[in-house]
Design a protein around this ligand. Structure first.
Ligand code: BTN
Length: 321
């Protein structure tokens, strides 16, 4: 019996007795119980009601490439060479970095990541069926130096997508943490490959908390929130992924032509640090100042005693002072 088949059967959130499941899959009730425990460990909130059997607290809409692509215009669909939905994968970013296909745009989305990665070597907690784990690989012709500000532009695309699904009250903490009321809602990890001065590719990985299972609270190293808390109800994950893909395709197209400068004003409207006292840490040490926005390359501008320093996203860490 495949774990995926059992999870999908339970996805309707109706009660299923252990015996009915055992009969359906031709296994023992003990085998079903063992598999239920595995699914719980992967993040599915399966309840066991006495006399009724197993059920999910709420129905799950599984990820579906057709529903994701339905959010794209016909022109946008032609740009996407591949859109894969994985049931489980180590990391959608790692998967796209492993590929050597040079076609323009490839997308990988997963129901669960067993080794999801965040920035600065952190793990990205990726329970089954509850969030969006999304990566897009795109080719760029003009070398890595032209990609400065790319992760901030991706943040703008992400913000547009979240607004489309009804989220409000969030912003971007430089370089590209998406926060609502100080709680992390989504994160972006951009990784580059290819030639420094010639054709290269970027893998833009985005994790969005859509409806975190409540008991996955402990391992987070910072306060987190999800779209279920920010919207009237948890939005469809297919729609979230589809809006994200649609906006990313547009933003990356414009970014390749005009660079980050084209998104500077939109970023400024989302900038949670502007006017705030910050501490900037990099290889040269730590200094304090006031964040005063970003420049045309996406570098953070920090003012201290009348002197403005710029900090590159690749080199610094910023914390509220
Ligand atoms: C961060 O804020 O630290 C960045 C988090 C990025 C997480 C996403 S989930 C999809 C993609 N695959 C990964 O392993 N990481 C990114």
């Amino acid at each position: 019996m495949q774990l995926q088949a059992l999870a999908q059967l339970l996805g309707d959130s109706a009660p299923h007795s252990g015996q009915a499941l055992a009969d359906h899959f031709g296994v023992t009730r003990a085998a079903i119980w063992k598999r239920i425990e595995e699914l719980r460990a992967q993040g599915l909130p399966i309840e066991a009601a006495a006399g009724q059997g197993y059920r999910l607290a709420a129905p799950i809409e599984w990820l579906d490439p057709a529903r994701i692509l339905a959010e794209l215009s016909l022109a946008q669909r032609r740009w996407v060479a591949a859109l894969d939905v994985a049931w489980e994968i180590d990391s959608t970013n790692s998967e796209l970095l492993r590929r050597d296909d040079a076609s323009s745009v490839q997308v990988c989305i997963a129901e669960r990541q067993s080794a999801g990665r965040g920035r600065r070597g952190r793990a990205w907690i990726s329970p089954l069926g509850s969030n969006v784990y999304f990566s897009l690989r795109r080719r760029f012709e003009h070398g890595m130096a032209a990609l400065s500000g790319l992760s901030l532009a991706a943040g703008v695309a992400l913000a547009r997508a979240l607004a489309d699904v009804g989220a409000r009250g969030f912003g971007l903490k430089w370089p590209n943490d998406l926060l609502a009321d100080g709680h992390k809602l989504a994160g972006i990890l951009v990784e580059l490959g290819g030639e420094f001065l010639g054709p290269c590719h970027a893998v833009i990985g985005i994790g969005i908390n859509v409806a975190l299972p409540t008991y996955v609270g402990a391992p987070f190293d910072q306060p987190v929130t999800d779209l279920a808390a920010l919207c009237a109800a948890a939005p469809s994950r297919n729609r979230v992924a589809g809006r994200l893909l649609a906006h990313l395709l547009d933003v990356l197209d414009r970014f390749e032509r005009d660079g980050f400068a084209a998104f500077r004003d939109e970023y400024a409207a989302l900038d949670l640090l502007a006017g705030r006292r910050v501490r900037v840490s990099d290889a040269h040490g730590t200094r304090a100042g006031t964040a005063i926005g970003v420049d045309v390359r996406g570098a953070l501008r920090v003012e201290h005693e009348g002197v403005v320093a710029t900090c590159d996203s690749a080199e610094v860490t910023v914390r509220g002072a």
